[in-house]
Design a protein around this ligand. Structure first.
Ligand SMILES: Cc1cc2nc3c(=O)[nH]c(=O)nc-3n(C[C@H](O)[C@H](O)[C@H](O)COP(=O)(O)O)c2cc1C
Length: 192
């Protein structure tokens, strides 16, 4: 038991966002990607709606997704603000990653409030991030403005919304300390 809490705390505290420029070109085996996805399925979910939905992009699919994200960036950005460097970086992020998982939530507006679905979905993504960390896979949740325009490309269902991209790749980054203010500043205890 003592060992379990040590391992759990260590994974939680060690997890950092690791970005595509730090990824090696080593492919993540499909079995490990499946393990990361499987963990999502154990997130808490009010009324068991299990709103998390994922689309896994690899190989050519991943490159086409990068090109679509870059195209949307160009389309959505006023000419005066458009940066060729950013356009290229969007394409490159997909190339640098071994896999990009698109993070969607299937909302059930007739059953429970949207915020509860998004909360359950975010718990699922955190399970993925912790599993990736335990497998020594780097990952980060990206939420560019263009994801709101991806619906047709992704062929999303009615009431299914995209909330981000989960870039993944092996890496050799040194562990970084988390940037956090003390927890005591965020808790009130009431005893009487
Ligand atoms: C919902 C969500 C969306 C995020 N979107 C972005 C993003 O678009 N770009 C980015 O650089 N980081 C994004 N992040 C990652 C945060 O920047 C990162 O979690 C934060 O800097 C803390 O670092 P850590 O994850 O290493 O603890 C996102 C995180 C969450 C939870």
């Amino acid at each position: 038991m003592e060992n379990e809490i040590k391992i759990l705390s260590s994974i939680i505290q060690r997890r950092r966002s690791i970005f595509p420029p730090s990824y090696t070109q080593e492919e993540i085996p499909e079995a490990l990607i499946r393990q990361v996805l499987e963990s999502a399925n154990y997130a808490p979910t009010h009324k068991l709606t299990q709103p998390w939905r994922f689309i896994v992009f690899r190989n050519e699919g991943k490159r086409k997704l990068g090109a679509e994200l870059a195209r949307l960036y160009e389309e959505e950005t006023p000419e005066s603000q458009f940066l060729q460097k950013k356009y290229e970086a969007i394409i490159e992020k997909a190339t640098q990653s071994s896999c990009v998982i698109v993070l969607n939530a299937q909302l059930h507006p007739d059953i429970i409030p949207e915020w509860e679905e998004i909360a359950a979905f975010a718990c699922a993504v955190q399970n993925m991030a912790l599993t990736a960390e335990a497998l020594k896979i780097g990952a980060y949740w990206s939420s560019p403005g263009t994801i709101s325009q991806l619906g047709d490309y992704l062929k999303l269902e009615k009431n299914e919304k995209c909330f981000g991209l989960f870039y993944m790749g092996f890496h050799q980054e040194e562990p970084r300390l988390p940037k956090r203010t003390p927890m005591e500043e965020k808790v009130r205890w009431v005893n009487d």
